[in-house]
Design a binder for this molecule. Sequence first.
Ligand SMILES: Nc1ncnc2c1ncn2[C@@H]1O[C@H](COP(=O)(O)OP(=O)(O)OP(=O)(O)O)[C@@H](O)[C@H]1O
Ligand SMILES: [Mg+2]
Length: 387
Amino acid sequence: MLLEKQGIVGLPNVGKSSFFNALTNSSAPSENFPFCTIDPEEARVEVPDPRIDVLYKLYNSSKKVPAYLTCIDIAGLVKGAHEGQGLGNAFLSHIRAVDGIFHLCRAFDDADVIHVEGAVDPVRDLEIIHTELRLKDCELITKHYESKGRDVARLGVNGDKSKKEEFAAVKKIYEWVVEKKKDARTGDWTGKEIDIINEFQLITAKPVVYLCNLSEKDYARKKNKWLPKIKAWIDENYPGDVLIPYSGTFENALSQLETEAERTDYCAQLAAKHEITVPIISVLPKIITTGYSALRLFYFFTCGPMEVRCWTIRQGTKAPQAAGVIHTDFEKGFIMAEIMKYTDLIELGSEAAVKAAGKYMMKGRETVITDGDIIHFKAGQVNASKK
Ligand SMILES: Nc1ncnc2c1ncn2[C@@H]1O[C@H](COP(=O)(O)OP(=O)(O)OP(=O)(O)O)[C@@H](O)[C@H]1O
Ligand SMILES: [Mg+2]
């Protein structure tokens, strides 16, 4: 099973643990994972998707199994962390181990919550964290660049061609990240270079979703003086990256309420207090789905009366490998994938109607699976259906 991890990264005291707790509290424990929180710092949260409920009803299933995203609460980084300031190095290695980053910054004022830099300034904070992450990558890349350079020089003209190619790739990464001071994720890389970036687990290569922690009032009003500045900083440095404003205070209060009615009531009272007419809702589902897709993940469904289930795969996965996510035998003995589009099923109302309309397709090995495909695999002697 593909279980990718998003690490929650930021300066100390910006609200990382409160965010993590709100995520954990708001995600219902599932049958598969009796405890959402794996340890105090790691939690598996459900990827919300209304489609699974629709399919669950349509197939009259006994069970539904959503997709999950693992989130890790990483302790705060401070300036100089790459040189071991704070508890820097240990936490930087935790960041190296995750697949993507929720970069959290603070835009709420509260004299009782100490800011390590003395005052609230999220743009400065974003710069601090980015610099630390990049410098940590620089240290690692420089080490490899120097040692591989020495190997190539030692072997001279008789040297192994593949070693020279490898050095050329490391040199290009070195020039981009160390000399040009750019993040690895903004570079233009060949397959070989990407392999090296993955092997080094470069922190600056990981996808980032920016989260801005607001006071409850600012979240309700959708207004905060820092938001346009943060947005401008992201657009200048990482065009296309997503910024999601949220409020730790609001999400925590909401996640502690038991029933939907209590939550609706809380939101209504908040709206009344700040004289807001548009409904105020939790942004956690959007944060989870954005974090999940930033990792280039999506899922296909298997549906039947036993269960409706989401299977996480990476973009570009072909049918046999998708079958292998269910069971390795299904990949080995792959014959074909019978695929229906979710939208066709909903539009036509039943599997039989989709078949009658000629939209139930038999697909072979080269088929690339797309988000929300409903699949029934045929494999060897084994009927790989989940029905
Ligand atoms: N939006 C907010 N408005 C006001 N206070 C908040 C908000 N979000 C979090 N806080 C408060 O800020 C304090 C620090 O939060 P938290 O412990 O989550 O930070 P952290 O980033 O995990 O810190 P550390 O790096 O030290 O682990 C807590 O007292 C929390 O209740
Ligand atoms: Mg914390």
